[in-house]
Design a protein around this ligand. Structure first.
Ligand code: CAA
Length: 247
């Protein structure tokens, strides 16, 4: 496969790390985006990748901010060239029932999980159109498909990612660009570790496969959708949820 530049937002996180590894194995020039506040963690992350013989670049950027996303993509383009593969992977949870949810909790989740998809995709799209090639894969969630108690903010944002994906897919279908989403179920990462113990057990009990996903199982789906030869799938949502939700 050609050495195309792949930007993975949330690249140093649980799923993001495995996505970076899989895209690197596909021969991509991978750059992992990280929150500027997490610079020390990002440098350490890159050191570990180098020990694993993976030469992955890192770039700071707060994807909830349009200006910061502009700066992040500008830096990637200066250092590596135009972004041809974008994986929108940065995301947070802030679970609370709606009756107790603060506006700040709503806004934090919507801006990090949904505005971010606009903020970053907007920066790379016209370049992809000029090149006549692009792969955009956004990480959504099973909870954007079925809703989840305590997650009005997260479920709304992740459902929004589906809408964005289907609309943009139509806009660029004839330009060599595919736009898809992957909807993981519950994945073994720090995000799901934050769910209180008994609740986590109750959730796992509902998963037909009887276990959470490993991050690399989600990365496999991203690698598939972003591959050069996966050129006729667009506007799709690929669930990776162990059978938790089927539609
Ligand atoms: N269905 C029905 N009732 C539920 C429930 C459920 N799924 N979960 C909790 N409840 C009940 C509680 O037992 C409690 O009942 P009582 O009032 O009778 O005691 C009530 O609903 C919740 O009241 P709280 O005051 O505790 O509510 P809260 O606003 O503090 O929020 C919560 C609780 C933080 C939402 C907690 O329920 C929780 O953490 N739930 C897990 C949410 C979840 O699944 N998050 C997924 C994170 S991972 C992820 O999002 C990744 C991905 O993409 C899949």
């Amino acid at each position: 496969m050609s050495e195309k530049v792949a930007l993975v937002t949330g690249g140093i996180g649980g799923i993001g790390t495995q996505v970076c590894k899989r895209l690197y194995a596909q021969g991509r020039r991978v750059v992992a985006g990280y929150l500027p506040d997490e610079e020390a963690a990002a440098i350490e992350w890159q050191r570990v990748r180098r020990q694993e013989q993976l030469d992955v670049a890192i770039v700071p950027g707060d994807v909830s901010s349009f200006e910061s996303s502009t700066e992040m993509v500008r830096e990637v383009q200066e250092r590596l060239g135009p972004v041809e593969i974008l994986v929108n992977c940065a995301g947070i949870t802030c679970d609370r029932t709606l009756g107790k949810m603060e506006k700040t909790q709503w806004e934090a989740v919507l801006s990090t999980n949904l505005d971010s998809v606009f903020n970053v995709t907007r920066q790379v799209l016209n370049g992809m159109i000029e090149q006549g090639f692009g792969r955009i894969v956004s990480i959504s969630s099973v909870n954007g498909q079925k809703g989840q108690f305590g997650q009005t903010n997260y479920s709304a944002a992740k459902a929004g990612v589906h809408g964005f994906t289907m609309a943009l897919a139509q806009e660029v279908a004839a330009k060599g660009i595919t736009v898809n989403s992957v909807s993981p179920g519950y994945v073994e990462t720090n995000m799901t570790l934050a769910i209180p113990g008994e609740l986590r057990d109750a959730i796992v009990a509902q998963i037909p496969m009887g276990r959470m996903a490993q991050p690399d199982e989600v990365a496999d789906a991203v690698a598939f959708l972003s591959a050069d030869e996966t050129r006729y799938i667009t506007g799709a949502n690929l669930p990776v949820n162990g059978g938790l939700y089927m539609c």
